[in-house]
Design a protein around this ligand. Structure first.
Ligand SMILES: [Ca+2]
Ligand SMILES: [Ca+2]
Ligand SMILES: [Ca+2]
Ligand SMILES: [Ca+2]
Length: 322
């Protein structure tokens, strides 16, 4: 009898369940169904939003709860899925979110931003895709609109989201099952609770939004000549391509002037994408995310390694039993 067979089966089952179980995602899906986005640093320090106000302060990295999550719901083809994002804020200025969340994308993984997926909570009230301007990482700015995407259609939290809803703004603890709060985390801030991880006395808020992946496919394929071909043939871009992400908030649609997740925004040079408080570049960008497998690349290779060990072990057990 193989002593390890049961162990291999259990570990293998957990890996398969944890990384590849089919989940039908929606705006109110549990945060566990999302991928926490590691931004190469804290994600994100509390009260580093400068004058932007608490409603734009991305908070995460306390009690095991993060500030930025992504997820992907596969479609019937490799170009027709749905990209989801969830951002946690330290509070809310009002019951609606009338500012901007900008998800920066590095498609060719060369360390420079190529596009922004922008949630515009006021005029033009759309989830759209914009060019990333600037010629170097630390001058990245928001460029022209490349795809007007789709109109914001907020779900009100009653019943279930309809197919046309693409956004949900809710106090943490209401309508969404969050990841379990670790009250013994040594990094906890004074007064922090599961629904107020920055301990500022204001209930934290989640903004969850989604966009049809097909809009990004159109933009990238049309713009393939401007991307680094050594990273792939972008005329064939689909959900098997991996790309880096970052997230920043702003009060208007043309500037990235709010809080940058993964970077302490109160540092002198920390108010620009990619720029760390010590002035070095590269801060706040995730490792490449592969939508069709819903994994970040380093996790993907670990998965392959562990799964390979599991398969080998299982085969070894079977052979011995014969
Ligand atoms: Ca923050
Ligand atoms: Ca709070
Ligand atoms: Ca790039
Ligand atoms: Ca920040």
């Amino acid at each position: 009898m193989c002593k390890f067979r049961s162990l291999f089966i259990i570990v293998g089952a957990l890996i398969v369940w944890g990384t590849a179980h089919a989940v039908v995602l929606s705006l109110n899906s549990p945060t566990l169904d999302f991928n926490a986005v590691s931004l190469g640093g804290p994600s994100d320090p509390a009260q580093d939003e400068g004058s932007e106000g608490k409603g734009l302060d991305i908070v995460g990295g306390y009690g095991g709860l993060m500030g930025f999550y992504a997820a992907y719901e596969s479609g019937t083809t490799s170009t027709t899925g749905e990209l989801f994002f969830r951002v946690r804020f330290g509070g809310s200025k009002k019951s609606t979110f009338d500012s901007f969340v900008n998800v920066g994308l590095d498609l060719d993984t060369d360390g420079t931003l190529d596009y922004f997926i922008q949630y515009a909570g006021k005029n033009p009230n759309r989830i759209q895709i914009l060019d990333a301007g600037g010629t170097s990482p630390n001058t990245a700015s928001i460029g022209s609109v490349l795809s007007t995407g789709e109109s914001v259609s907020l779900w009100n939290g009653n019943g279930s989201p309809s197919a046309s809803n693409n956004a949900f703004y809710t106090p943490v603890g209401t309508g969404i099952t969050d990841v379990t709060f670790n009250a013994s985390d040594p990094n906890l801030l004074s007064g922090a609770t599961a629904t107020d991880i920055d301990g500022n006395g204001d209930n934290d808020y989640f903004l969850t939004f989604s966009i049809d992946f097909s809009y990004l496919v159109s933009v990238v394929r049309d713009d393939a000549a401007n991307l680094d071909a050594s990273a792939g043939d972008f005329t064939l871009f689909d959900d098997s391509f991996a790309f880096g992400m970052l997230v920043a908030t702003s009060q208007n649609k043309n500037n990235v002037n709010g809080d940058f997740a993964g970077i302490d925004g109160t540092a002198t040079t920390g108010d620009e994408p990619f720029v760390n408080p010590d002035g070095s570049q590269g801060g706040g960008l995730s490792t490449p995310y592969k939508p069709d497998e819903a994994v970040f690349i380093p996790e993907s290779s670990n998965y392959a390694l562990i799964f390979g060990l599991f398969t080998l072990g299982f085969k070894a057990c079977r052979r011995r039993r014969r």
